[in-house]
Design a protein around this ligand. Sequence first.
Ligand SMILES: [Zn+2]
Length: 428
Amino acid sequence: MKRYFLSLLFTAVTIISFAQFSKAIIDQKEVKRIETTLSADSMEGRKAFTQGSEKAANFISNEFKEIGLESLKGTKSYKQTFSILSPKAISISASFNGKYIDPKRLIALTCMPDLTITPTSGFRKVYIKQAAELSKQYSDFIKLKENLIVFIDSSMTKTFSRLSARKQFLFKSDKSIVFVLGNFTGDDFVIKSENEITEKRAANVVGVLPGKSRKNELVIFSAHYDHLGIDKATNNDSVYNGANDDASGVAAVISLARYYKAAKNNERTLIFAAFTAEELGGYGSQYFSQQVDPLEVKAMFNIEMIGTESKWGSNSAYITGFEKSDMGEILQKNLQGSNFAFYPDPYPEQDLFYRSDNATLARLGVPAHTISTSKMDNELNYHKLSDEVQTLDLKNMSEIIKSIAISAVSIVTGKDTPTRVKPDLLAR
Ligand SMILES: [Zn+2]
């Protein structure tokens, strides 16, 4: 009788753990459903601040709810809403020692409708002389949140006009920054700018799976759900579906959330984040990064464009910023004996590490890397209307999502903690 009972118990335990195990899989049909929904024409290209983007956010929220994720501490919704300002210059003028400057040589980034800067306003003057670094320095100076006048050497006229045409959004701040093309000297100067400031609302979608023991140690899985919207100029196909960029990453984030909810092996707290406004300049991830304590974040897996085979073929992907922490080596170690291989980013000249949603936290020292399969030198549908679900290899994509789960195991269970990235102090 006792033996019979024991064997019955054993069978029951086996069935339960098997049921749990079989629930904890990454299912290709599910991946397809999520991918197809997000990249459908009805989502209107998911451009930030549009209805299509809101629709996508609602869909992702529903997925998180069905999986049973919690929302961030102190919030009731998965939506992490924030506002951002869109300044439009009405007029700008400047004179140095009485000499007026062509307004085309000026960019003012400010949240003030009326801005006047004189020598007594306390603006720090800085100079950019190296053409190669202008774009990066431009973004870095904006992030400094300091009152600045930045003089840019006249040799960089071309890049300057590109920056001047760029639509810049700003987080609310009482600090302003003016870029001046040319090395104008003189202690007597006046800069005036008049702006129309519009406030826009956007939302990241964030779900939480609390850790079993190390609740304050966070591991982030993220991707951006926004894309480029609709191109009104074309008739046949006008929707930028963004199936690869980055509905594929969001499909991974949702699938991984379902996987870990069932696997129940996360000693650390897992955060699943779908960012908005990446395509406009990474604003969603910047806001998100300001809401977490970087010291609590032990690792970030940002997932960008995993819908096509990598340059090494199926079942392989690359990690950006491989040499910046030992996280890549940990992932490689966990993949040993599997069918999968992760490599260091083969396109270092493209600076992908600092171009995606991992960058803000990476600059604050977090081992935050992007995983991708995108052939950045030869990805035919990248930022094209043709980035549609039919062009994706959904089988390989599902396998890549599996590989991310396998690669992350020792970090999720708390056995491994990647080394920190060297902080970039300029980007605070
Ligand atoms: Zn992207």
